[in-house]
Design a protein around this ligand. Structure first.
Ligand SMILES: Cc1ncc(COP(=O)(O)O)c(C=O)c1O
Length: 453
C-alpha cells in the first residue's frame, strides 16, 4: 500500500468516500437532455457497526448510546460491533476506493455520524525499513519502523484522540480533561480546538517543553504538575464532577483505544492481510498494544485475516517496568512501580489501569515483556538517525534496543519479520547540540572540516 496523499481536505475526502456510488448508467442518463434531475441526499451515517460496550473484566454490557467512562466494576470498557452483520455487508476490497486515512475503516469505528468526525488528516503511516540496523544486528529478516510521527500533532496519540474527541462531539460534551506525559495532551488540545470543546491538560513537571508549548498554542489550558501520571490521573478523577470535565484518561473512556486500534488494521492491510512475526511496542498505558490485539480479533471475525498472530512485545525502560515485572512474576496485574524515571517520557507510566489487558495480549500472543536501559535507548536513537536516516523518539528507540537483546538471545528469530513502533516525532525531545562552531573571521581550515570524527 503506498502513501501518496491527495491534496484534499480530510473531512471532504471522507464525505466523498462514503457518498453513495452512482452506477455508471445512471450517470450517463443524467447527461441525457430528457433525464430527470437526480437528487443526491446527503448521506450522514458512517455505517458504523457499533452495538454496545462491554466491561473488559466482567463482561457486563452497557449502552454505547450515552457517554461512558469506566465500567460499573471500575475497569476499561471495550466497544463491540455487529461483526457477523458487518461480514455479510463489508468486503475488504471496498477499501481500495477510499482515501488512505484511518476513517477508511469507519464501519469498524465507533463514530456514527459523518458530521461528528473531527479530523486533521490522519494519514496511513509508512513502514520504513531499517537496513543498517538490521545489518548491525545480524538480522536477515525484515526490520522496519511503523513511523507514527507523520500523524497530526506528530504522534500516534492523534489516532486515539481523533476518535475520543469525535465521540465527545457526538455526545455533545463541552469540556474535557486529560492527565498526560505530553503527546496525548497535545493531540487532545488540537482535536478539541477543532471541535470547539474546552480542553484541560495536566502533565508531570518533566514533560518535554515542546509538548507543553504545543498544547498551549493549540488552545488548551495546560499545567505542569509535581507528580507522576497516575497521581495526576487520580486528581483529574477526584475533581471531574466539580469541574464538569469528561475524563479522557487512557482507557478510562472507551474510544481512544478504538482510534489506536487502527494501527493494527492498517498494519494488516499494509502487509496484504498478513501480519508480521513480531511487534515491538513501547508500553506505557498500553492502549496501542491492546488496541492492535483487538483489531486482529475483529479482522479474523470478519474473515479478513487468519488465526496467525504476531508476538506482541511490550517494551519498557528499566527505570519504569511494571509490566515487565508482572510478566516475569506471572501475575495478572502489575504493582505500581516506585520512583519511576526514564528519558522516554511516554512510557513513564508506573501504574496502568489496563495492565491485565496488556499482559493478556502479550501472553496469548506468545510474546514477552522486556525492559531496556536508558543508555541503550540513547545509543539506538543516535545509531538509527545516523545510519538509517530516521530520527526516532526515545520510545521508538527503546524498541530497537529491545530488538537487539531479543535477537541476540534467540527470543526473536534472525529471519523473522519485525515491526517496531516509532510512536512520535523525535523532534519533540531534547537532542545533543553538536559543539562545533565556525568563525568566519578566522582562516578557513578545510583539513579540520574534512577530518573524520
Ligand atoms: C511517544 C510515545 N510512545 C509510547 C507511549 C505509550 O503509549 P501507550 O499508552 O499506548 O502504551 C506514549 C504515551 O504517551 C508516547 O507518547
Amino acid at each position: 500500500m503506498g502513501n501518496s496523499l491527495r491534496k484534499i481536505d480530510p473531512n471532504r475526502a471522507l464525505r466523498l468516500a462514503i457518498a453513495p456510488v452512482i452506477p455508471y448508467r445512471r450517470r450517463q442518463d443524467k447527461r441525457a437532455p430528457s433525464a430527470p434531475r437526480i437528487e443526491r441526499r446527503p448521506m450522514t451515517s458512517t455505517q458504523s457497526a457499533l452495538t454496545h460496550l462491554q466491561c473488559s473484566m466482567t463482561g457486563e454490557i452497557v449502552s454505547a448510546d450515552i457517554a461512558q467512562g469506566l465500567s460499573p466494576a471500575g475497569k476499561p470498557l471495550l466497544a463491540r460491533y455487529d461483526l457477523a452483520g458487518l461480514k455479510a455487508r463489508w468486503d475488504r476490497d471496498a477499501l481500495s476506493a477510499r482515501p488512505l486515512d484511518l476513517w477508511r475503516y469507519r464501519e469498524l469505528l465507533p463514530v456514527r455520524q459523518v458530521e461528528n468526525i473531527v479530523s486533521l488528516g490522519e494519514i496511513a503511516t509508512p513502514l520504513v525499513d531499517l537496513p543498517a540496523a538490521a545489518r548491525r544486528l545480524g538480522h536477515r529478516g525484515r526490520l522496519c519502523a511503523k513511523d507514527e510521527s507523520r500523524l497530526p500533532t506528530g504522534s500516534f496519540k492523534a489516532r486515539g484522540l481523533a476518535m475520543a474527541i469525535s465521540k465527545a462531539k457526538e455526545f455533545g460534551l463541552k469540556r474535557v480533561a486529560i492527565p498526560t506525559n505530553g503527546n496525548a495532551g497535545a493531540a487532545m488540545a488540537a482535536y478539541a480546538a477543532r471541535a470547539g470543546i474546552e480542553a484541560y491538560v495536566f502533565c508531570p513537571a518533566e514533560t518535554p517543553a515542546i509538548n507543553v508549548q504545543e498544547t498551549a498554542l493549540q488552545g488548551a489550558k495546560v499545567w505542569r504538575v509535581n507528580g507522576l501520571i497516575h497521581e495526576i490521573g487520580a486528581m483529574v478523577r477526584q475533581q471531574r464532577e466539580a469541574a464538569g470535565w469528561f475524563d479522557v484518561s487512557t482507557l478510562k473512556e472507551p474510544y481512544r483505544i478504538e482510534g489506536k486500534k487502527t494501527m493494527g488494521l492498517e498494519l494488516a492491510e499494509q502487509g496484504g492481510w498478513r501480519l508480521p512475526d513480531a511487534i515491538l511496542y513501547p508500553t506505557g498505558g498500553g492502549t496501542g498494544l491492546i488496541g492492535m490485539w483487538k483489531a486482529f480479533a475483529e479482522l479474523e471475525a470478519l474473515g479478513w485475516i487468519g488465526p496467525a498472530r504476531p508476538k506482541m512485545i511490550a517494551v519498557q525502560s528499566t527505570g519504569c517496568a511494571p509490566i515487565v515485572k508482572a510478566f516475569d512474576d506471572g501475575t495478572e496485574h502489575a504493582a505500581a512501580w516506585p520512583n519511576a524515571s526514564t528519558l522516554a517520557s511516554g512510557i513513564r507510566v508506573p501504574a496502568a489501569i489496563g495492565d491485565f489487558l496488556i499482559l493478556r495480549a502479550v501472553r496469548e500472543s506468545g510474546g514477552f515483556a522486556i525492559a531496556v536501559e536508558d543508555a541503550a535507548i540513547e545509543a539506538w536513537r543516535a545509531r538509527i538517525a545516523a545510519e538509517d536516516g530516521l530520527l526516532l523518539c526515545p520510545e521508538g528507540a527503546a524498541c530497537a534496543a529491545a530488538a537487539e537483546v531479543a535477537i541476540s538471545d534467540g527470543r526473536l528469530a534472525r529471519d523473522s519479520d519485525i515491526v517496531l513502533y516509532n510512536c512520535g516525532s523525535g523532534l519533540k525531545y531534547p537532542m545533543p547540540d553538536p559543539a562545533r562552531r565556525l568563525d568566519l573571521a578566522a582562516p578557513f581550515d578545510l583539513s579540520a572540516i574534512l577530518r573524520p570524527n
